[in-house]
Ligand binder design. Structure first.
Ligand SMILES: O=C(O)C[C@H]1C=CC(=O)O1
Length: 96
C-alpha cells in the first residue's frame, strides 16, 4: 500500500548543535536503509523548507506508523499522511 507523507522538521532552537547533527546522521542512515529495502520509495526535499515529501510502500497503516515512529527525528516532526490508490486514468501498470 502506498502512502504520500509530508514531514516538517522543527528542531528546538536550544538543542545543542552536536545533538542535532547526531540525530540527523542516524536519521539519514535509517532513511537510506529503508530506501534500499524499498519501503521508502521516494524522498524529496520541499524547496526552501526543512521538510520533505515521501512515498512509502508498506503493508498498511500499522507498518507505516511503526516505521515513522522509529525515525530519530520523529519527536521533532509534524507529519501529514495521505493514503494512495491507483487512479483509473493512470497509464502506469502496478503502483506508482
Ligand atoms: O531531512 C528531512 O527531511 C527529515 C528526514 C527525512 C529523511 C532524513 O534523512 O531526514
Amino acid at each position: 500500500m502506498l502512502f504520500h507523507v509530508r514531514m516538517d522538521v522543527n528542531l528546538p532552537p536550544a538543542m545543542p548543535p552536536a545533538q542535532a547533527e547526531e540525530l540527523k546522521k542516524t536519521e539519514r542512515e535509517l532513511a537510506q536503509s529503508l530506501q534500499r529495502s524499498g519501503q521508502w520509495r521516494h524522498l524529496w526535499r520541499i524547496a526552501g523548507q526543512y521538510a520533505n515529501v515521501s512515498i512509502f510502500d508498506v503493508a498498511g497503516v500499522d507498518e507505516l506508523h511503526a516505521l515513522l515512529t522509529s525515525l530519530p527525528l520523529f519527536p521533532y516532526m509534524q507529519i501529514q499522511i495521505m493514503p494512495l490508490c491507483r487512479h483509473p486514468s493512470s497509464v502506469r501498470d502496478g503502483d506508482a
